[in-house]
Design a protein around this ligand. Structure first.
Ligand SMILES: [Zn+2]
Length: 455
């Protein structure tokens, strides 16, 4: 199994530090707003990665932080007049609701930055003691990037000697601003009531040190996987490496995996362009979490994803095709494990082993559906296919449809129609059929009786 490692810029064989355990850290949300679909693409990719590792038998320990103190949150607190906790609790709950709607597995540990302040302070003290950080005139603490010669190794940038001693205080900054960055920010009036005591006076942590402290606390000084969107490579992850390795003297993360960005209808998503979507926006338009999951997941994580409504329609059709096949299997279910099925499993695994090649994995599944639909599967074969499909679905997370997916009232009408037909009351049975058609359901007569499906 190979993954593309941002650190080495090549696909590398995945060999965890202490198999079968895998330590995985994914940068969580900054809880000042609803997550948008660009954010959710990253969490969906990480979910595929984790599920596939579990499918391969690894024992994954997944940690995802909740960034609940950061520049944008402070601004929201100031502008809304609410407390920090009111703002962050609300958006944290909404975030988890989004993950559930997309069938994304929750991390085993989801630490909040504000609950990690003592660990953050200890880490900053270690950096000062090792001469990797210094206290500035205003009592803020900065990381000295010149003190860490490997600075830039993740984003593949060289330390710029010209900028020696330059400082940047905000949590987010551009590549051109590469400079000493803030670990601890001295309190000022704009921070309002948001502050904690520290050896350097009241203040709050910088964003980057939060992730170093939380990952080391829950996964140790060295662990296997760290993921996030490509926008986090610089400065966030570059700074995490500098902080963590300088403080512990050990290599921080073995494999760095980053997903590419997301466009909407070919354009950068922005509120002003009117193409900015949260999950709730799409659910309100009638798309399901499952369809959105498919649309986000079916594009390879390192390719830019062009999110379109045509694409969502395509996701809906693909899932319908999958569902029809699976329902048919369930009706047929009861050959020996066929060679074909073993082939399908090896194609599925080989595709995902290759840096999570999801298009090839889905392609193999749909090719199988096409071939299987051409002939009648016998009951034993259908049973075997279904059992295998359940393993695939542990990775894909689209779910296996069950008959009860049909609403009770629709099922009731199907049964009424069947009764009318048995009584040879064809006028009534046709009326019921038309009524169902108006609601978007068609009736398919199968050897096991009639079945409603979306028309
Ligand atoms: Zn982070």
């Amino acid at each position: 199994m190979k993954f593309y490692n941002t650190l080495s810029r090549q696909k590398e064989e995945f060999v965890p530090l202490a198999p079968p355990c895998v330590g995985m850290y994914t940068c969580g949300p900054t809880v000042y707003n609803f997550a948008h679909i660009g954010n959710l693409r990253a969490f969906t990719f990480e979910d595929l990665l984790r599920r596939y590792l579990e499918y391969k038998g690894y024992d994954v320990q997944h940690v995802m932080n909740i960034t609940d103190v950061e520049d944008k949150i402070i601004r929201t607190v100031r502008e809304s007049g609410k407390t920090l906790r009111e703002v962050t609790d609300f958006f944290t709950t909404e975030f988890f609701r989004d993950l559930d709607a997309l069938n994304i597995k929750r991390a085993h540990v989801t630490p909040r930055a504000t609950e990690t302040i003592p660990d953050i302070i200890k880490l900053i003290e270690a950096l000062i003691a090792r001469k990797h950080a210094y206290v500035a005139d205003d009592s803020s603490v900065y990381y000295s990037i010149q003190s860490f010669p490997e600075y830039g190794k993740l984003s593949h940038r060289k330390l710029d000697e010209q900028r020696a001693g330059a400082r940047v205080k905000q949590d987010e900054y551009a590549k051109e601003q590469m400079a000493d960055f803030a670990l601890w920010k001295t309190w000022n009036e704009a921070d309002g009531p948001v502050k904690w005591d520290s050896p350097w006076g009241p203040g709050r942590p910088g964003w980057h040190i939060e992730c170093s402290a939380m990952s080391i606390k829950h996964l140790g000084a060295s662990f296997d996987l760290h993921c996030g969107g490509e926008d986090l490579v610089f400065p966030h992850h570059e700074d995490e490496i500098a902080q963590s390795e300088a403080a512990t003297g050990k290599p921080f993360v073995k494999y760095w995996l980053h997903n590419a960005h997301l466009l909407v209808e070919g354009k950068k998503m922005s509120k002003s362009a009117g193409n900015f979507f949260t999950l709730r926006d799409l659910l309100a338009k009638g798309w399901t979490g499952r369809e959105i999951r498919y649309a986000l997941l079916s594009c390879h994580y390192r390719d830019p994803l062009n999110f379109t409504f045509d694409g969502l329609q395509g996701a809906r059709s693909a899932l319908q095709r999958m569902d029809e096949f699976l329902l048919k299997l369930q009706e047929t279910a009861a050959l020996e494990t066929s060679d074909e099925l073993a082939d399908l499993t090896s194609q599925f695994d080989a595709a995902l082993d290759d840096d999570l090649n999801i298009s090839a994995a889905l392609g193999a599944l749909f090719e199988f559906i096409r071939e299987a639909n051409k002939r009648m599967l016998d009951p034993l074969e259908a049973t075997n296919v279904l059992a295998t499909w359940r393993h695939f679905d542990a990775v894909l997370g689209f779910g296996i449809p069950v008959k009860s997916d049909v609403p009770v009232e629709v099922q009731g009408l199907v049964e009424e129609r069947q009764a009318a037909r048995k009584a040879k009351n064809f006028k009534q049975s046709d009326e019921i059929r038309d009524q169902l058609a108006k609601q978007g359901w068609v009736i398919e007569d199968t050897p096991k009786g009639p079945r409603a499906k979306r028309g």
